[in-house]
Design a protein around this ligand. Structure first.
Ligand code: GLY
Ligand code: MN
Ligand code: MN
Length: 472
């Protein structure tokens, strides 16, 4: 965990944002995999981690804004636990590590909350995303699950977003570490992408690299020759020459900061002419979008800049036609880039998405579009120094080609006859994790090969033995 002053400062800042009431942060519990004693790898709640740092199940954190007091509720291990898991630190000792002196058994939390409610004090909580937490909150607040789902505190959500969206130097260092692990995952995937290899062999290998060097993957690995499906979790294809393999994968560090990187490579290691032409358009889009990142620029403007670069490139390749601005205004680019350019990153790979995308990616100056494609944009508001976000243009969805053509859409902008010949092409996506600096931006982590020359050179190199030195 970080030093205790980091957590003390974060809680103090949150108190100033909230002004009154009680902020309740239930930590996560162990979650059963296929029977109660066989559990998933424990993952603490990211907001609890941010303010209370303790990476153990069975805790709740409370910030009493009115009385300027903070509490950890949790139970010390009993002898039964110690038999199975060894001697563990006391709750009071753990709490002291993050600057908290008030601790109490978990059973006391119900009385604490009931007394506060009787006194008419507001209990702020964030939107819960796990069933166990919803049940726990409904018991503590003596209300229905539906009311818990809809009753999250907007003030607390806004306060948490305001603090967490700007990453401090310790967090940026952790995200860089996560990208450095992703470097090894992606360069390994490139070297393995040879005809005859089954996708699962590569997906499993790179997931193992994440586990060996940090923690679990930051989201289930997306690795497929059918990269046109944005979130494809099927890994059963045998790679064949002439196709491209999309790998969208990242790692979580031991402190739970994530990376989210996508690379697309030609199976066998050499781009053919058609692949190189389209790949270069996506790469140019990725580079031009990154170049435009600086404080004050709304990310929606960069999304549309990316759309224009794609349209210009596809016009040159003969797949689109007409006026670029008019094509983007009409939404014709969404045939090729039906998703948003990127999202915030942090401990959650889509940072804070559980709090509501409109609170994280939008504000009073930018509201969500209802146009197909643009509506999926997760981050649209003006950028600030300290934001960490992804840049991930990409495309080719055969089902959309048929749909748009049948609906007679964008006939002035799309050369459907030519586009039809790309239905077997697959997809290309190139994604990087980028920090907004005071003057511009910095792509985080060790640069991961992405030009055609770099990718081909890496694919020709032998796989190396990956060691954990420097990571753990
Ligand atoms: N890995 C999911 C995404 O790129 O947003
Ligand atoms: Mn991704
Ligand atoms: Mn992403």
């Amino acid at each position: 965990m970080f030093k205790k002053e980091v957590y003390i400062t974060r809680r103090d800042r949150l108190k100033r944002e909230l002004k009154s009431g009680i902020a309740l942060f239930p930590g996560n519990e162990e979650a059963a995999f296929n029977y109660p004693a066989n559990q998933y790898h424990f993952r603490q709640d990211s907001h609890f981690l941010y303010f209370f740092g303790l990476d153990h199940p069975g805790f709740a954190g409370v910030i009493d804004v009115d009385n300027d007091k903070e509490y950890i509720f949790g139970n010390d291990f009993d002898i039964e636990d110690i038999i199975w898991m060894g001697v563990q630190p006391k709750v009071a000792d753990l709490a002291a590590e993050v600057g908290i002196t008030n601790t109490a058994p978990m059973n006391n939390l119900a009385t604490f909350i009931a007394d506060a409610m009787k006194a008419g004090r507001q209990i702020h909580f964030l939107p819960p995303y796990r069933g166990e937490t919803m049940i726990h909150l409904s018991q503590l607040l003596n209300t229905s699950i539906d009311e818990v789902k809809n009753g999250a505190s907007v003030e607390l959500i806004k306060g948490v977003v305001k603090l967490k969206e700007v990453k401090d130097e310790y967090e940026i260092a952790e995200i860089e570490k996560a990208v450095d692990i992703a470097y090894l995952m992606h360069t390994t995937a490139m070297k393995m992408a040879m005809p005859g290899i089954v996708e699962q062999e590569i997906a499993g290998t790179i997931e193992g690299i994440s586990l060996a060097l940090g923690g679990p993957v930051s989201f289930p690995v997306i690795l497929s020759m059918d990269g046109q499906t944005l979130h494809n979790h099927y890994h059963g294809n045998t790679l064949v020459e002439g196709r491209m393999m999309v790998t969208d994968a990242g790692s979580e560090t031991q402190l739970h900061y994530s990376s989210d990187i996508t690379r697309t490579v030609p199976v066998g290691g050499k781009f053919n002419t058609r692949q190189a032409e389209i790949y270069q358009i996506v790469l140019d889009t990725n580079l031009k979008a990154i170049e435009a990142i600086k404080p004050g620029v709304p990310y929606r403007d960069i999304h549309f800049l990316a759309a224009r670069v794609i349209v210009d490139g596809l016009k040159k390749a003969g797949l689109m036609k007409g006026d670029t601005e008019a094509a983007v205004e009409a939404g014709a680019h969404t045939l090729f880039m039906p998703h948003g350019l990127g999202h915030m990153m942090g401990m959650d790979v889509h940072d804070m998405e559980g709090l509501g995308e409109d609170y994280v990616g939008y504000d009073e100056t930018v509201t969500r579009s209802d146009q197909f494609g643009t509506a999926y944009l997760r981050l649209a508001k003006a950028l600030k120094p300290g934001f960490v976000l992804t840049v991930e243009p990409g495309y080719f969805i055969p089902a959309l080609i048929d749909k748009f053509r049948n609906e007679g859409k964008f006939m002035d902008f799309i050369n459907y006859d030519k586009v039809e010949t790309y239905k077997d092409f697959g997809g290309i996506r190139i994604e990087d994790d980028v920090l907004v600096t005071d003057t511009g931006n910095r792509v985080l982590g060790k640069p991961i090969p992405k030009t055609i020359e770099e990718v081909e050179k890496t694919m020709a190199e032998p796989r190396e033995w990956i060691r954990m030195d420097g990571f753990i």
